[in-house]
Each structure stands twice: as C-alpha cells, then as structure tokens.
Ligand binder design. Sequence first.
Ligand code: G4P
Length: 529
Amino acid sequence: MSHADAAPWARRRTYAIISHPDAGKTTLTENILFTAGAIRLAGQVRARGENRRTKSDWMKIERERGISVSASVMTYEHAGLTFNLLDTPGHEDFSEDTYRTLTAADSAIMVLDAAKGVEPRTLKLVEVCRLRDIPILTFINKLDREALDPSELFDDIQDKLALDVAPMQWPVGSGNRFKGVADLKTNELVAYRRPEGEEFRESERFALDGNSITSELDPNELDELNEGVEIARELMPAFNPQSYAEGHMTPVYFGSALRKFGVRELIDALAEHAPGPQTQKAAAGPRETLEPGDKEVGGFVFKIQANMDPNHRDRVAFVRLSSGEFKRGMKLKTDKGKALTVSAPVMFFADDREIADNAYAGDVIGVPNHGVLRVGDTLSESGKWKVAGIPNFAPEMLRRARLKDPLKAKQLKKALESLAEEGVTQLFRLQVGGEFVIGAVGALQIDVMSQRVADEYGIDVEFEPCPFETARWLTGPDDKLEDFISRHKTAMAEDIDGDLVFLAKSGWEVSYSEEKFPDLTFSRTKERA
Ligand code: G4P
C-alpha cells in the first residue's frame, strides 16, 4: 500500500507500548528504532549519548531548563509512514502520566514476557486502552528463553483481558530450542538466527511445505509446527481487521527483542494494521467531534513536565494534535479562554533535523509555558473546543498531608490545589475534619508533589500513609447516596471540583460496597473539568 499521496496527517501512526516492568519494553523500543533506521546503535534509548543532546533546539531546552523531554515521543519513518511512539513510563517512573499518555495514542503494542503471560500492570494498562477501545497488537517477547506453550499464552490473553486472539505466527520451540516462527499468512518459517553483537540479520524464510525446511527443522520439530499451525488455522479465529480496529481482537506476534528477532515483522505489521489519527470526541465545541482533516488546529494536553530546579519555573506541556496543521508561532487559546503564542514549541522528528515548522493531527508538540497549561486543557485556534476523554484515574495510593507549621494551612491549600490542577497528583478533602489527602497511581507523583510544594511554596509538609488505598467517584440517586454517606462518614471526601469521592481501604471494600449498593456508581475515572 502506498501512502505517498495521503495527506500528512493520514500518514501519522501514533502509538504506545504497554507492558509489565521487565517484559522488555525498553529493549523493544530500542530495537524498533534501530530496525526502522531511526538510531544507529541500540542502547540509545536507555543511555542517550551527549552528542545526540546537542543536535537541536529542543535538546538545548532540555539542557538549560533541566526538563527531560527527548524520550517522551520518539518519531521514526517506516513504510512511507511517520510513527510517533509515545513513552509510557514504567518502573519507578510509573504514574498517572503513563495512563494519560494512552489517551493520546491511536493504538498500542502490548509486550508480554513469554514465560509469564499477562501480568498485573499489563492488565491495568489494557483497561485504560479499553476506555477508548484502541486497537492492541500483541508481541510475545523473550522466545530465546524457555516460554509457556503458545496455547497457554493465547488462553491467558483471552481469559484475563477478554480479547479475541488471532495468532499471526506460531513459534517453533523456545529457549535453546527456539527455531523461529511460522508466518501464517505467507506459510513460511521465519528462521531464528542468534545475532552476533549489534549486527542485524535479515530473516531467512523457508516455505512450510517446501523441501528445504528439513534443513532447518528436524522431523519432531516439523510435526510440532504443523500441529501448531493446524490449531491456529482451525481452532482459532482468523484475523479480522474490523474487530482489531474496534479493540476487540488482538493479532499476536512472537520474537525476541534482545536478539532483534521478529522486530522487523512487528513494525511491518504495525504499518499494515495500525490506524492513523482518530476522530476526537468533544465535550464542547462547534461540533461533536474534531476530525484529523479539519482545518482548525486543535489538540489537548496529556502531560506536563516541570523543571525540578526551583530557579526555573518552566514547564513543558505535551499537546497531542487532534486536527489541523500547526505552524510555529501560531496563536492558540485554551478552553478556559487563555491565549498563548506558541513560538518555541518542542517538535519531535525522525532524523534529528532542526526544528520543523509544521505538525499535524497525530503529532505531539511540547509547549513551554510558565504554568498556564494544565493536563486536560484543550488548545485550539478559536478556543471553542473542549476535548472529551482525558480523565483522572482512580488513585492506587493515598497519602494524608501533614503540615509541620499549622499557620501555613492556607498556603498549603493553595499549593496543593494548584499542583493538583496541573495534574501532579489528585487532591481530595475529607468531609469530616477537612484534611487533605493526595492520590496517585505511582510513588513518583508523591515525591514530585513533596518536592514542588517545598521548592515552589516553601512549605514543609509530610505525606504520610493513611488507612485508604484507593478511591472511586460516587454518583447515584440522592436517597441512596445519603444512606451510603451516613454509613461511611469518615471515608467520604470531595475532589478538587467538589465531586463526591469514596476513599476505600482496599479494592475488596470497593467490590463489597458495589454489591451492597447496586444503585450507586463507583467510577474509576472522571473527566477532567
Ligand atoms: P522493561 O523496559 O519492560 O522494563 O524491560 P527491559 O527492556 O529493560 O528488559 C528487562 C530485562 O529483560 C533486561 O535484562 C533485558 O535485557 C531483558 N530482555 C528484554 N528482551 C529480551 C529478550 O527478548 N530475551 C531475553 N533473553 N531477555 C530480554 P536485565 O538483565 O534486567 O537488564 P540488562 O542488564 O540486560 O540491561
């Protein structure tokens, strides 16, 4: 398929990689960029060399302002398309940003460790993908190590994630006995060759029904493969592009990111199947949706990165463009009526060129500002749009704010509210006693909150453990709500918009309450105001 005549926005493919820590996301990212030719040597995602840092203006911004933005969006060209790979921070950087980034992606690659299958973090991230039903392509990694049986892995995906599974390949062995994968479309064996050093080897292919395959597989392996292929063809659903596009079916590929095996097939599959920029629902605006081909520039802030150096109050707001052609120097307005001229945006490119002048729907731009922009803000030329679908997510850790100097209560309120509005953490106020509780999905958010309250407001505050573990936004008929509230007085709080929140001691307590109060809705997400 040629994309040469398509509009620039239609050539964008914006996606994220979701995985449990250690499944191989970083290694895969490096090797995707390497295979697509965007970086010469693997290893640069993890340890970006100094020489790369000096190449463009935005890297200068990083250096001067101490804001690390370069790994947030990685752009490369492949098969006539421009791919924007959005970073979904994991490990100790895991935070609400990780979830929000998924609201800016049009599709995702799910990476599973072949020995482990679906792990808890994967499950959570898929739930977030499901809020917008974005298509998910699966890459089962680490086949060069002992792996679970393919059927077991497929069942795991199907059962835990409720996704239909369409195998596109079938692996032959794993670990020391890993011989490659059968490509079910071309009916070929893609033979595994252990690479030497950084070298990339083009895959060698053998027809499954040809003679030369016997030079690759012994009779037992061949039998095993034929049996697998038969299972895949006869007992499992065939790939249905529409079902994938609607987020109900995941095509599954296998490989080893570390050994650079299967990565070429994966990026080709992404080029073939992943959707371009999607229609963006609007909560307010001239029409119900923003279309990527619309003339007016529109986009939304999904992440804010602040300088941790107290002498520099700069922030970079990451804006995912939903429509129009953005030009440097453009004047845009937020949905709250603030105007700003975007004269020095951070743009991301495939080949380290100097700052380009245009960006399109699907692209991400970084907008330096002094705290004007907040997560969830919509930017557009008219200022009339408000994009829908940028939620707050139920926190997975809650901490009570304990002030050392009680005279600073007013300042603390201001600090917490302002930082929560920006999206650093969420903020709840207990109905009884009026104490502040902050909520986050990752510990990093709490650390950032502590540091910024201290640096920017000069307040000494401790965020101490409290009996609550998670929260749900609560709605329902008044009488039922009153009944619930009267029984859970000390667990009731309001969020920053004054909406009612139930702070729960555990996930179990949430399930129990849902059962006991079937007329109430306990929401895991809430649209940002
Ligand atoms: P993450 O970003 O998902 O957390 O995973 P990351 O890529 O950092 O990989 C986690 C570990 O798994 C790393 O080993 C990495 O080398 C290894 N790994 C990734 N892909 C493969 C694969 O296809 N096969 C095998 N055998 N290993 C793989 P580590 O020892 O923790 O780190 P390092 O010292 O190698 O950097």
